[in-house]
Design a protein around this ligand. Structure first.
Ligand SMILES: NC(=O)c1ccc[n+]([C@@H]2O[C@H](COP(=O)([O-])OP(=O)(O)OC[C@H]3O[C@@H](n4cnc5c(N)ncnc54)[C@H](OP(=O)(O)O)[C@@H]3O)[C@@H](O)[C@H]2O)c1
Length: 227
């Protein structure tokens, strides 16, 4: 058993989720509200360590307009999804925002972290450290672990390397993208899905479009993954 997983991302019209310098502000206020509402509805939110090192995100859910919750730390912890970082060598900085006390955090790592005892013991102070895989995180084992620890629904928030591995292992159920009205180009810019890629169109991930709508100047597209 594994969590029902929704990949969510904002991308440019030319499919980039960040420029080569790591600049990644693409969507608008309304889309950010959509993302935070979705975060609140799901049990977990997962990113790769590349995203932590570049963006240093908090990965929490903001208070929405007209909501009078989030008044103290306990209610914040309950409402925020559990954060999951895929980090095979323990590179998540000890002072990164994802390790703050606003929500639970799981660092999913591999046996490689055993070569770095200091990092392992520091991360254990702030997060649940789950070791699976030899040199990179075994995503199938991680998904089982998350499911058995109460994460039945999961948002995958990138980046492009982790997105590819999740597709390759057939662990994604839905894709939701916000397309911003901008083009940045660049063969070093991250796209929605990078990694090795699939060799043929027929072996690519086949999608069924479920919905499309505008949020001001941004286009939202929602697909399910054909199984
Ligand atoms: N626009 C958006 O919606 C959006 C959302 C998220 C991110 N981003 C952008 O995406 C960029 C980061 O993407 P990225 O591709 O560099 O990094 P990433 O996908 O966030 O993280 C990739 C890293 O995860 C680790 N990892 C461990 N096990 C893995 C496995 N089984 N499969 C894949 N990765 C595994 C690897 O590092 P180790 O080997 O060290 O463990 C790998 O290099 C940033 O620029 C960020 O701004 C944009």
């Amino acid at each position: 058993m594994r969590p029902y997983t929704i990949l969510n991302a904002a991308m440019t019209l030319d499919g980039k989720i960040a420029t080569r310098t790591g600049s990644s502000k693409i969507s608008n206020k309304k889309d950010i509200e959509r993302v935070h509402k979705l975060r609140r509805e799901l049990d977990g939110i997962m990113v790769g360590v590349g995203t932590i090192l570049i963006d240093n995100p908090k990965l929490t859910a903001h208070k929405l307009p007209n909501e009078d919750i989030f008044t103290h730390e306990r209610s914040m912890k309950k409402l925020n999804p559990t954060r999951v970082v895929v980090d095979s060598r323990g590179r998540t900085p000890f002072n990164s925002n994802v390790l703050n006390s606003d929500a639970e955090t799981i660092i999913a790592t591999s046996n490689k972290i055993l070569e770095n005892e200091e990092s392992l013991s520091l991360l254990k102070k702030k997060a649940d450290v789950f070791i699976c895989g030899e040199s990179e995180v075994d995503l199938k084992k991680l998904m089982e672990y998350l499911y058995h620890n109460g994460i039945k629904t999961l948002m995958l928030e990138g980046g492009s390397t982790l997105n590819f591995s999740m597709f390759k292992e057939d662990l994604v159920d839905e894709v939701r993208v916000c397309i911003g009205p901008v083009i940045v180009g660049g063969d070093q810019s991250k796209t929605l899905v990078d990694g090795d890629g699939f060799d043929f169109m027929e072996s690519g991930v086949q999608l069924i479009m479920k919905n499309s709508y505008l949020l001001n100047e941004c286009l939202i597209l929602e697909y399910t993954v054909k199984k």
